[in-house]
Design a protein around this ligand. Structure first.
Ligand code: AMP
Length: 311
């Protein structure tokens, strides 16, 4: 068993300047798992409400994702609504209705307790902490979060940061958490708490990799012709990033910095696919060839020979 994720399975209402989707399957665990399952089998720990259609879970089940850790509780499913601005990088959250998430007490099946990678997707920090306790055999613990938890549950979030090796976070959220604008300095406040790697998501500008030792790498986003809906791009980024790393670890390897660099490209690529349709739609129709093609294109788009030809 390589990847266990705890996160939300949501029902989303999304508006962009050019369209909208209501009651779409979303949530941090859904996007993450659908992206990561292209590389390794994924186990989800989550709670869903009585109003989540069975068909939504069927979509996940059909995609190399194990759902034995999903609890169906009596009550309303987690719902989130957001509207994007013209730049597609900024959005307003219109509502966050926790529903059954408010009382979620996760139970990690024993078969999920020793993964190569445990991904604590964006979710209540105390739930993330409980899953850490229940998965003591984990090799790498990775955390994602967002502004909602930074402003509402900061101390609990800090407790979780102290227990992980990798933090994946959007740049504005890192600035908000650290209370400073310089990203290298802001990352240092995370390193001071224990993690050795910070991955900074920059929306349509790509992503940065910062290691405690000072090592640094940057990758641009994959340039798309049409962005339809960026919802879930960050979670899909994490899925591509960690899915690739899990595939390296599954071959018996220990992830090195060069693997993290390659993983950063895969993160950007899975994020780019998600942006091409509303909700999880594009992730449902993705082949390994589609992913491989974008990987080599992204390298070609950014590679330059270091030597200067003589005039
Ligand atoms: P992203 O665009 O990567 O930030 O992911 C958006 C997804 O996260 C949506 O599908 C939402 O259902 C989910 N989401 C929104 N707010 C929260 C929250 N506070 N906690 C967990 N998941 C959330």
């Amino acid at each position: 068993v390589s990847i266990t994720v705890v996160g939300t399975i949501g029902i989303d209402s999304i508006g962009t300047p050019f369209g909208h989707a209501d009651d779409a399957l979303g949530g941090s665990a859904s996007y993450f798992a659908l992206a990561a399952a292209n590389f390794q089998q994924v186990n989800i720990v989550a709670v869903v409400g009585s109003d989540l259609p069975d068909a939504a879970l069927d979509l996940l089940r059909a995609s190399n994702i194990d759902l034995n850790g999903i609890e169906r509780a009596n009550g309303k499913n987690f719902r989130w609504g957001g509207r994007y601005h013209m730049d597609f990088n900024t959005r307003d959250t219109l509502f966050t209705e926790l529903g059954v998430l408010a009382t979620f007490d996760p139970k990690v099946p024993p078969s999920y307790a020793s993964p190569d990678i445990l991904f604590l997707a964006n979710l209540t920090p105390t739930v993330q902490a409980s899953v850490i306790r229940q998965a003591p055999g984990t090799r790498i613990r990775v955390l994602d979060t967002m502004n909602f938890w930074i402003s509402n549950t900061r101390d609990d979030l800090t407790d979780v940061i102290r227990q992980v090796q990798v933090v994946i976070i959007a740049e504005d959220e890192l600035r908000e958490y650290a209370g400073m604008s310089n990203l290298r300095k802001a990352a240092q406040t995370i390193f001071d708490l224990g993690p050795s790697l910070v991955v900074i998501k920059q929306g349509s500008y790509g992503a940065l990799l910062l290691e405690k030792s000072g090592a640094y790498f940057a990758a641009p986003a994959f340039p798309l012709n049409d962005v339809v809906d960026p919802t879930g791009a960050g979670d899909s980024f994490a899925g591509g990033f960690l899915g690739y790393l899990a595939s390296v670890m599954a071959k018996g390897g220990v992830a090195q910095f060069v693997d993290f660099k390659r993983a950063l490209l895969y993160g950007n690529i899975l994020g780019s696919f998600t942006c091409e349709a509303f909700g999880v739609e594009r992730l449902l129709h993705l082949s390994r060839e589609d992913i491989a093609q974008r990987y080599y294109q992204l390298i070609a788009f950014t590679h330059i020979e270091a030597s200067v030809p003589s005039a």
